[in-house]
Design a protein around this ligand. Structure first.
Ligand code: ZN
Ligand code: ZN
Length: 192
């Protein structure tokens, strides 16, 4: 039997996080596939900050460990569905999902909601064309005027993880055997 104060996982790469009031807790069970900062005007408005700082983790390496988030839909330029997972009590926005709710391959975790946000600095800055002028970016981190080419920018290992998670999700969804209720997944590039 595991004592109550022992961590449930011995994985050193686990990144726990949660909302401001502590009702909803979650964790990444491995290192994120990628981390980027998005300086687009949508992200600035949505976060109320100079940029969004997102860690991308596949659904199979992400778990809600306490509480139950609520999801609010946020407008997008492309018209694609974009959900923000929040604490139902304190409304802290913790992560984003694209597409059909609960069927997204990737969780875009807001790094500032992790217990140790220092561990995951951005590996790329995107939409720097709308970056706030006072934000000075480190020269050694790649910058992109708009969105980036994920295939060229993410490490090969991360691309492989994404594809594996996508395939696993397809299988998991099929096994749920929801008869013809869900629409076929549209072919879509990984979104920001
Ligand atoms: Zn809360
Ligand atoms: Zn953005």
């Amino acid at each position: 039997m595991i004592p109550a104060d022992m961590p449930t996982s011995t994985k050193t790469s686990s990144h726990p996080g949660g909302c401001a009031c502590g009702q909803v807790r979650f964790r990444l069970t491995r290192e994120p596939m990628f981390v980027h900062a998005c300086h687009c005007t949508r992200c600035q408005r949505e976060t109320g900050g100079p940029f969004a700082h997102h860690a991308m983790i596949e659904w199979s390496a992400f778990e809600v460990t306490e509480g139950e988030p609520s999801h609010s839909q946020s407008p997008t330029d492309s018209g694609a569905k974009h959900w923000v997972a929040r604490c139902p009590t304190c409304q802290t926005a913790m992560w984003n999902e694209w597409g059909a709710l609960g069927k997204a391959v990737t969780r875009y975790v807001r790094v500032g909601t992790l217990d140790n946000p220092h561990a995951l600095p951005p590996l790329a800055h995107i939409f720097v064309r709308s970056k706030q002028a006072w934000v000075v970016l480190p020269a050694e981190v790649p910058q992109f005027s708009g969105y980036y080419n994920v295939q060229k920018t993410w490490p090969a290992e991360s691309l492989a993880r994404y594809e594996a998670a996508k395939a696993a999700l397809k299988t998991a969804t099929k096994n749920e055997a929801k008869p013809a209720a869900s629409k076929p997944a549209r072919k879509r590039q990984i979104q920001q």
